[in-house]
Design a protein around this ligand. Structure first.
Ligand code: FES
Length: 326
């Protein structure tokens, strides 16, 4: 008998079947274009609400994105409802055993209440990140959010039932809700680990090498960034005023927008897709939705040529020292 091809040999394994089901679910959800209309309506409603709050809206949005943290806040917050409701389920099981049933029931209701509040916090951070996604990610994200809304509704129902003494019904509602979070969690994880939502998308770093001539200074016009390559890594060169030249990574850390289409505004580099702002000197995020900094490189001009080297630009206080090296 001739040996079976490698791919055939795997067919039928339990893990292969699980993966196939997951792939199929994601593929079907990603094709549901009818979800785009409610999705865009929700995005516009959020945009209007934040814009109506002016500077406060921007600060709240930055806070929810995790701009201050250096990576998205949402994955951190989702651990809270999961933990609290897992404790509820464990306490419900313990309450069945002979002993301190009423105390355990009270503790489980308290824990569920914490889970409900934490679910609302997770939903707030999640929807704030979701509003900038596109196409398949947006559709999968919308279903993820809808499932979580159903789950939170079940938790609220459960909490009310427990409070009114309908303990068995309350336990049933929270247990079903906790089961649905597994499906919802799968969708949420696929957004991060497959689609890269929330992952730093700035691509490869140029981190070894010395001063490298990349472009004639005369070829770089004000207001017209240019893409260049150093050891196969894409960089964008642009002017900051008359004398200074900046070199940054070619892709926005948020969702990979081409920074060659970005522009300078009051000492900040602006992403062309969702308006994230990066400090032109340090690359740190000034305004989200990006949370990771933009890679920055050192530049100097020698004999009419722009030279760049890895190592990151220096903070304001060091700028003069760096200029002295020129
Ligand atoms: S790609 Fe979204 S802010 Fe840059």
């Amino acid at each position: 008998m001739s040996p079976r091809p490698c791919s055939d040999a795997r067919v039928g394994r339990p893990e292969e079947k699980v993966r196939a089901v997951g792939d199929r679910v994601l593929s079907v959800l990603g094709r549901q274009r009818w979800l785009d209309r409610p999705g865009y309506r929700l995005e516009h409603a959020l945009g209007f609400a934040l814009a109506a709050c002016g500077g406060a809206g921007e600060r709240v949005s930055n806070l929810l994105h995790g701009t201050w943290l250096g990576h998205p806040l949402h994955p951190l917050v989702v651990a809270l409802p999961s933990g609290a409701v897992a404790a509820t389920v464990a306490l419900d099981v313990a309450a069945v055993l002979p002993g301190h049933a009423s105390g355990l029931r009270e503790a489980s209701r308290l824990s569920l209440g914490v889970g409900i509040l934490a679910s609302l916090a997770a939903a707030t951070t999640g929807v704030n990140d979701w509003q900038h996604t596109k196409e398949q990610s947006r559709r999968v994200g919308l279903v993820h959010g809808a499932l979580n809304a159903v789950v939170t509704g079940l938790y609220v129902l459960s909490w009310c039932d427990r409070r009114r003494g309908r303990h068995v019904r309350g336990v049933a509602a929270s247990t079903v809700g906790y089961g649905i979070t597994a499906a919802s969690g799968y969708l949420g994880a696929s957004l991060v680990y497959r689609s890269g939502v929330g992952v730093d998308q700035s691509g490869a770093r140029w981190d070894t090498g010395e001063w490298t001539p990349l472009l004639a200074e005369a070829a770089l016009d004000a207001g017209q960034p240019q893409r260049v390559e150093a050891d196969g890594v894409g960089l964008v060169l642009l002017r900051d005023g008359d004398d200074d030249v900046l070199a940054v990574g070619e892709l926005c850390p948020h969702l990979g927008a081409p920074m060659v289409d970005g522009w300078m505004d009051r000492g900040q580099l602006v992403c062309p897709w969702h308006g994230s702002r990066f400090d032109a000197v340090t690359g740190q995020v000034v305004r989200g939705p990006a949370t990771a900094p933009l890679p920055c490189y050192q530049t100097r001009i020698r004999a009419g040529t722009i030279e760049v080297r890895p190592g990151g630009r220096r903070a304001f206080g060091q700028r003069q020292e760096w200029a002295d090296e020129r």
